[in-house]
Structure formats: structure tokens, C-alpha cells
Design a protein around this ligand. Sequence first.
Ligand code: ZN
Length: 69
Amino acid sequence: MTSPAPRPRQVRCPQCGGLSLYSPDNPWRPFCSDRCKLIDLGQWASDAYSIPVEEPDAGMTDAFDRSGD
Ligand SMILES: [Zn+2]
């Protein structure tokens, strides 16, 4: 029984759109390089941090603390 050699699969890098090797040889898959992966993670992080956080009033915080009783 012959088994075909696994062909290296190539996918589009989500970051730069270039061809990226999708195999265990590429630790950054589906990205083409560590740089593209870091850029993508950085964009995700900046999006998450851009969400405005409303600071509750001191009185509100006090009420929340007491609600646990
Ligand atoms: Zn890339």
C-alpha cells in the first residue's frame, strides 16, 4: 500500500495576503511569518483596548459592594 507524500499546503496569510506554508514547519501558520502574526495580534489587542470603559461613581461602587449581602 502506497501512501502519497503529504504535500505542503499553502494558504493566504490573513495579514499580508501572501502565500503562507500551512504545515508544522511553519509555527506562525496561517500567517507567513512571525512579523505578520505579531501585527495581527497587535491589531486585535488595540481593538480590545479601544473599548471605552466607564468608571462608575464612588457611590455606585459602594452600592455594588453591599449588594452581595
Ligand atoms: Zn504575511
